[in-house]
Design a protein. Structure first.
Length: 655
């Protein structure tokens, strides 16, 4: 059974030791906030590539292979992290003392520190070089400490013993001055319940022994047990594992779990990722369910109010019609009452009439028994067949009855509008509930990201032509240089679009003759991945030349920018090349995403999507493509984004 474990001081020591080795020298990429207390930061590690680190305030920090779906609208906190940290280089990941505080130092225009607090409810706090708080995930205030923007960051007071660097006399002092038993004293002084149990077990003592009864020999045993328990940490001899069916995750072996099934991992980051991500998946699902329930409840509340309004109008029609009918049914009685009131009004004020009627009612006079109320405006309430009916003494019976009939008519007219509104709300609820059910059924809970080994050509843009030729193109100035200088050989063919801001494209011939179809496809590729796509062009001129015509040597007085080349001799032009790219999952030395001319992609897979320059943002476009071609969820969304041309685009539905 899963429970909400939080990382201990020991866990933090293990995870930061590994993260420091892993991230030192890494470049910060982006930050995301999938849940209110959780931040994911993506790093680029030289030689390894993308590494995602999850930070959940008050709970955990570790590398994750289960990156969750990013929110459509990013909150302000991760956006601020991107602003200050993106492009920065990680200098160190360290644990503060032996506390549950992790510090990630990043160097950019200045030195920034990201504080991840894992004690209590936790926090994530960005500091500048002067240790001033730029922004915390949560603003908090204590009597001796304040976490808010522009405040200088202060560490919370350290509590307890550092088992990796403690003075035996310090331990003796704590034990001898404790009024509690042994297990509680150790737990409250930095070891927590689990490691306090381990220490007592190794010391061979009764955990319920009052500290006041401990002998000097007992204290020596406790000190030795602390040394032995945490020796693997000092020597970094970690054995990361999960106990049983997700009962606990530990970086070192403990005797308290002796005889229990253990599942071992290569690193504590991996073990923590497996342990916490199973819980996190449920949190993600629950958060989505709650979000949808709030949306449905909003319309349910509207429907409830509309139905109450409908019932109110129906009641108005019923009561008003009945009271109008009662006036006609008691015509003579009502007329007599009205005549009596009018005669009295000639002699008395409304207040006096009111008092006279009240007195007559007290004396039981039948003339006043039907009148229950009268106001200064001349409005009278009389009982007709046991029901109070309010009438205007200045009007006759027909006019008073018409007032009620008109009220009923007005309510009838309003009922039609309310019925239409109810029908619309019911349809909206049905639509949202269906959308909710579909969304929850297909919810993208974090799934393990399997790191594929990239082939050399995947550093570039690439595709395989209909005739089986590998075609590669640069992604930027640096890879343009590599395509030409490192991978272009004498019998290859070089292509370039006739526009500034275009990739160098090379057809790898391996000495074979190149058919016209491959040259045409490579031209479509070269045009589509150029700046012409961003500008919304539908076609572009492309030329091809032989490798010996491509040079980096400028004429006297000229300068050739990085990624650019000089073409000498005649160029072979292909005019009006269309901008159109297909994307699909193909089997080419393993399953890969391939983006290239539709004719080439179509030859290698039946499931592909064709796109053209358009108006849909890249992320939304990539999501739509992924949903159509990646049934088995083999690739993260970022891989589809990476394979799209620059700028916006639209799906071509008739291809």
């Amino acid at each position: 059974m899963l429970y909400m474990k939080t990382m201990s001081n020991v866990d933090v020591f293990a995870v930061t030791s590994e993260l420091n080795e892993m991230l030192r020298g890494a470049r910060v990429d982006k930050a995301y906030q999938p849940l209110r207390d959780t931040v994911i930061i993506r790093f680029h590690v030289p030689g390894e590539g993308r590494v995602d680190v999850v930070m959940q305030a008050g709970v955990r920090i570790h590398r994750t292979n289960y990156p969750p779906q990013n929110p459509k609208v990013p909150p302000s906190f991760p956006m601020l992290l991107r602003k200050h940290l993106k492009g920065g280089v990680v200098r160190e990941v360290r644990q503060h003392g032996f506390d549950r505080i992790v510090e990630i130092t990043v160097e950019k225009d200045q030195e920034y520190t990201l504080m991840v607090e894992l004690f209590a409810k936790g926090n994530i706090i960005l500091l500048n070089q002067q240790r001033e708080i730029i922004l915390p995930l949560k603003r908090k205030t204590w009597s001796d400490r304040r976490i808010a923007s522009r405040e200088i960051y202060e560490y919370p007071p350290s509590r307890g013993i550092n088992p990796l660097d403690h003075d035996p006399s310090e331990l003796e002092d704590i034990l001898m001055n404790s009024g509690a038993d042994l297990i509680r004293t150790l737990a409250r002084n930095g070891f927590g319940g689990l490691y306090a149990e381990e220490i007592v077990l190794r010391a061979g003592l009764d955990k319920n022994t009052p500290c006041s009864n401990l002998t000097p020999d007992d204290i020596r045993k406790i000190d030795a047990a602390i040394y032995e328990t945490f020796k693997p940490l000092r020597e970094l001899d970690l054995k990361p594992h999960i106990i049983g069916d997700g009962e606990d995750v530990l970086p070192i072996e403990l005797r308290v779990y002796s005889g229990r099934e253990r599942r071992y991992f290569e690193s504590f980051n991996d073990a923590a990722d497996e342990f916490f991500s199973s819980i996190f998946r449920e949190e993600i699902r629950r958060a989505h369910e709650e979000e949808w329930e709030r949306e449905v409840d909003r319309f349910r509340k509207r429907l409830r109010i509309q139905r109450e309004t409908l019932e109110k109008f129906k009641k108005t029609i019923e009561v008003s019609t009945r009271r109008g009918d009662l006036l006609y049914a008691n015509y003579s009685l009502v007329e007599e009452v009205l005549a009596t009131i009018r005669r009295a009004r000639e002699k008395y004020s409304w207040d006096e009439i009111k008092n006279i009627i009240a007195d007559a009612r007290k004396r039981g006079l039948p003339e006043a028994s039907n009148i229950t109320e009268i106001d200064r405006m001349g409005n009278i309430t009389i009982f007709l067949d046991g029901e109070p009916v309010r009438i205007d003494s200045k009007l006759g019976v027909p006019e008073n009855a018409e007032v009620y009939y008109e009220k009923a008519k007005k309510a009838k007219r309003k009922i039609k509008g309310v019925m239409t509104a109810i029908e619309k709300t019911e349809k909206e609820i049905e639509r949202i509930e269906k959308k909710r059910d579909d969304a929850l059924r297909n919810i993208m809970v974090p799934r393990r990201r399997v790191k594929r080994k990239l082939r050399w050509f995947e550093k570039f843009r690439w595709f395989v032509s209909s005739d089986g030729f590998l075609v590669i193109g640069g992604r930027d100035a640096g890879t343009n240089e590599m395509v030409v200088k490192k991978h272009m050989e004498p019998r290859d063919i070089y292509l370039h679009s006739d526009i500034h801001g275009a990739p160098s494209v090379v057809i790898k011939t391996e000495g074979r003759d190149v058919p016209e179809t491959t040259i045409q496809e490579a031209a479509v590729f070269a045009a589509s991945f150029s700046s012409a796509w961003t500008r919304g062009f539908t076609s572009l001129d492309v030329y091809w030349v032989h490798p010996e015509q491509v040079s980096k040597t400028p004429r006297s007085g000229e300068f050739v920018a990085r990624g650019a080349f000089i073409i000498r001799g005649s160029r072979n032009y292909l005019r009006g090349v269309p901008l159109k790219i297909a994307i699909g999952v193909v089997d080419y030395e393993g399953e890969r995403i391939m983006s290239g001319p539709p004719s080439a992609v179509k030859r290698m897979t039946e499931k592909f999507v064709t796109v053209k320059p358009g108006y849909t943002k890249k992320e939304a476009l990539a999501k739509a493509i992924k949903s159509r071609v990646d049934d088995e969820n083999l690739f993260p969304l970022e891989d589809f984004i990476r394979n799209l041309p620059p700028g916006k685009g639209d799906i071509v539905e008739d291809d």
